[in-house]
Design a protein. Structure first.
Length: 293
């Protein structure tokens, strides 16, 4: 299914990744909402916080929130919608979670049932949407420091793997932590760790670097999600907690229905990536509107 979906992304794309590089967050969401862009969002959004998305029925929402609170590294909670409301006004003045993510996964009874570009017809008044911080946010700071990232340089999706690190359960939600990997020059490891540590809402500092087998990864060339990334001479694989972790927990919870982003295809918010608090106040929205006029 994923291979077919990726082919559909490429064949129906009206705007390329490079076309969107110069646009601000609201303009990018507009292109996504119109169906003009349906690919990954790494490197997009001009220093704005990107977020993973999980949408589930209200009876499971409190347990899921507990799961996020107990596992802040892979699940840094940055936004929660009102029940039945697809708008997330605390993250952006015009965000609609039904249309503003390039691609979605729909799970039914714990299994991936379909991939979609729009979930408007699936939305109901019982849904609650959760936004979780994403490592794409700290990548801008790494690149600004001169640390190259192969997946961005080559227009690919960062590789992600199931690890042997257990998360702390809450209600029906449990499972292994998912990690993302970036190959970093050995002499830049400490710098990369210090930079990413400044972004706790985007997974913060790495969990592990070096031998992938120590965290249960059998073959680094076979990621569970995303694209394989080469490890160059003098480089070390570095692993960060990943926001795909909730998707694994959702699979094991066997919910009747749950909707998430497709890995690598994030919600781009209007929150600054270095904001201390991930909440857009009404005055902030007014200022942004004036800047755009």
């Amino acid at each position: 299914m994923d291979r077919l979906f990726r082919s559909m992304e490429a064949s129906e794309l009206k705007y390329s990744f490079n076309d969107l590089m110069s646009l601000d967050a609201g303009e990018i969401r507009g292109q996504i909402r119109s169906g003009a862009y349906r690919s990954h969002t790494a490197g997009l959004g001009r220093s704005k916080l990107q977020a993973n998305l999980a949408i589930l029925p209200k009876p499971f929402a409190l347990d899921f929130m507990r799961y996020c609170q107990r596992n802040p590294k892979p699940c840094p909670l940055v936004g929660v919608s009102d029940t039945g409301n697809p708008a997330m006004s605390t993250l952006g003045r015009d965000i609609d979670v039904r249309t503003d993510v390039p691609a979605y996964y729909v799970y039914k009874n714990g299994a991936l049932a379909e991939s979609r570009f729009d979930i408007t017809d699936l939305w109901n008044d019982d849904f609650v949407a959760f936004a979780l911080g994403c490592s794409f946010t700290f990548e801008r700071a790494l690149m600004a420091a001169g640390i190259s990232l192969w997946h961005i340089d080559n227009n690919r999706t960062v590789p992600m793997y199931r690890s042997n690190i257990d998360t702390i359960a809450a209600g029906p939600f449990k499972g292994p932590m998912v990690v993302s990997m970036r190959a970093i020059d050995r002499d830049r490891l400490s710098q990369a760790a210090e930079i990413s540590k400044r972004f706790p809402m985007a997974h913060g500092s790495p969990l592990h670097w070096g031998d992938p087998g120590e965290i249960g990864i059998g073959d680094i060339d076979l990621p569970d999600w995303g694209d394989a990334s080469p490890i160059g001479e003098g480089q070390v694989p570095v692993f960060w907690a990943c926001g795909v972790t909730p998707q694994v927990a959702i699979e094991q919870a066997l919910l009747p229905i749950c909707i998430t982003h497709k890995p690598g295809h994030m919600l781009i918010t209007d929150i600054d990536d270095d904001a201390e608090v991930p909440v857009l106040r009404s005055t902030d929205a007014q200022i942004q509107t004036q800047k755009g006029d």
